[in-house]
Write a protein that binds this ligand. Structure first.
Ligand code: SF4
Ligand code: SF4
Length: 141
């Protein structure tokens, strides 16, 4: 019968204490450069429901102090990855989207793809535009 030798493995007690990873380091890594599309807030049409803030997976919508308490602020473009969730979930966007669809059932798309559709841009609270349009028209880099 052949016997094998037990390998000389280290257990956790043999391993020296390792380094400590500092918390909150993601703040130093701006991930907004991953975007291929850009949300644009149209404050004048916003009803301050905070739905976009609740849905944003990257915490990229700022909350600011307003006259009546906490309010939605601008996008934090250092971290917004342009996922399109906020223009899709915004109730104001959905309201305009449904109104336009009721008038023309042939319109295809969703609240996040309706930017540029006649009648949408004027009343939507969040437009969703390409990088070039964001830079040229809205000065967002
Ligand atoms: S596009 Fe996505 S990541 Fe950017 S603010 Fe909206 S929900 Fe957040
Ligand atoms: S942008 Fe839309 S979802 Fe966000 S607070 Fe304004 S109305 Fe609500």
């Amino acid at each position: 019968m052949t016997t094998t030798k037990k390998p000389d493995l280290k257990v956790w007690k043999d391993i020296p204490l390792g380094g400590v990873v500092e918390s909150g380091t993601s703040e130093h890594f701006h991930t907004g450069g991953w975007r291929s599309k850009v949300p644009v807030w149209q404050k004048q049409n916003c009803i301050q429901c905070m739905t976009c803030w609740a849905f944003c997976p990257d915490n990229a919508i700022k909350v600011v102090d307003g006259a009546k308490g906490k309010e939605r602020g601008e996008f934090d473009y250092d971290f917004c990855k342009g996922c399109g969730i906020c223009p899709e979930e915004c109730p104001q966007n959905n309201k305009i989207f449904k109104e336009l669809k009721a008038k023309d059932a042939n319109l295809k798309g969703s609240p996040s793809t309706f930017t540029g559709t006649p009648g949408f841009n004027e009343k939507a609270a969040i437009l969703f535009v390409g990088l070039k349009e964001a830079k040229d028209k809205f000065n967002i880099k």
